[in-house]
Design a protein around this ligand. Structure first.
Ligand code: FES
Length: 199
């Protein structure tokens, strides 16, 4: 009992001492507030609901023109685009993880989950391959599938960009769409992680 009592007293004393030291340091301003994690710049933030899109080709032009459904050709090829915060006049091209593929397909050919995320048959997927982070840059027109030519993974855009073959560990993240005032817009954030899948 004595032992415990002595130990308890010692612990209380140590706590009291630490409290006193902290109080003293705070009083003289020696204890600062630790900085929190740095916020992402608006052009690097992931696409937000309500963002519009601009084509990669048009993103550097002075007058940004939001993409409309008619700008996306039926049956492909996909249009490479960046999300665009129209209110803040910010094209979110500060992170390559924001690059997306916009593709228009016959809605009747889409599986249920993909059709639900589509607007006018247009679907959006991350352009970054989860295998090693290359850009998914090839459209295989006769099969209407995406190819990452770094290590030849293939994705089926009609089935949530599911993996058809190749070393990639998972599907491309989808970006649900809607149409706002005649423009293509983001309905919800990416359905999953974008970029390289952790081992
Ligand atoms: S980076 Fe795309 S298949 Fe390897």
């Amino acid at each position: 009992m004595t032992k415990i009592g002595r130990g308890g007293d010692r612990v209380r004393d140590e706590h009291s001492t630490r409290r006193d030291v902290l109080a003293a340091l705070t009083a003289v301003g020696a204890v600062g507030v630790l900085p929190g994690p740095a916020a992402a710049e608006p052009d690097s933030e992931r696409p937000q609901a309500g963002d519009l899109f601009v084509s990669q080709a048009g993103a550097d032009s002075e007058s940004v023109a939001p993409l409309k459904p008619a700008d996306i050709p039926l049956g492909g090829p996909p249009v490479i685009a960046w999300p665009y915060d129209a209110a803040g006049h910010v094209v979110r091209k500060g992170s390559r993880l924001n690059k997306v593929l916009l593709l228009r397909l016959d809605p009747a050919t889409l599986d249920d989950a993909t059709r639900e995320r589509a607007a006018d048959g247009i679907v959006a997927y991350s352009a970054i391959c989860p295998h090693a982070g290359c850009e998914v840059s090839v459209w295989v027109a006769d099969q209407k599938i995406f190819e990452c030519s770094c290590h030849y993974s293939h994705y089926n855009p009609r089935d949530a960009a599911a993996v058809l073959d190749g070393p990639t560990p998972r599907a491309l993240a989808a970006l649900p769409l809607k149409i706002v005032d005649g423009n293509l817009a983001v309905a919800k954030p990416f359905t999953g992680r974008v970029g390289i899948a952790p081992a």
